[in-house]
Ligand binder design. Sequence first.
Ligand code: ATP
Length: 231
Amino acid sequence: MNLSALSFFRSLRKDNDQFAVIGLGRFGRSVCATMHQLGYEVLATDIDEKRVSEALTEQIVAHALQLDSTEPAALKEAGIFEFDTVIVAIGNYVQESIITTLNVKEGGVPHVVAKASSEVHRKLLKRVGADHVVFPEYEAGCALARTLTKPSILERFDLDPDNSIVELIVPDEFHGKTITELQLRNRYGLNLLAVSQDGKFLINPDPTKRLERGSAMVVIGHNKDINRLPI
Ligand code: ATP
């Protein structure tokens, strides 16, 4: 999570249990299905009647309506402006996505999340007032490139552009050494948060604990220090 998104997530109401999703492409449907499964009430809309009826048949939403979201009156009539959070899931139709985002913001919705399909699209969405923009194809591409180039890193959580928390496979060089012997803080400037054992993580492991090949460890630190690990 980058820090610029922090204020957006902080501003979301914790007790909000209703969301509206505009656009029932693959992305919009996955948002609806997951929220629905988690027990949230979702109103989905699409210009395409077939997509609306499919969403209802597949039971991925509580309510679904056919409407053209470039028409402010249609959004108002459907009650979209009453929602606290609206997701504009129209990635491939840039003009419709921009107009919809503008309409929803002008309608007074406090939290609008929009899906971008290019860098220019992302900038335009921000300009018309989107509070948070996601760019799934770009984000998935970055994640894949990282996984393929550093397969020992199982998970990475970017704290900011410089610092991360990473879960990695214990390097062969660390096998059989205790945490004290490894001196991760002195040698690499990294703090060890957890090591895996029997399918679980030991948090703040004892310094006498020996690391084993094939297990996982979690460290926090500067990216340039993480890159110095023998992985
Ligand atoms: P993909 O499905 O390729 O992953 P996506 O999830 O971004 O991409 P799109 O192809 O952008 O989805 O389609 C999103 C949905 O938005 C489509 O179902 C389309 O019918 C709908 N849509 C397009 N224009 C409008 C509009 N003016 N009003 C409401 N819905 C619209």
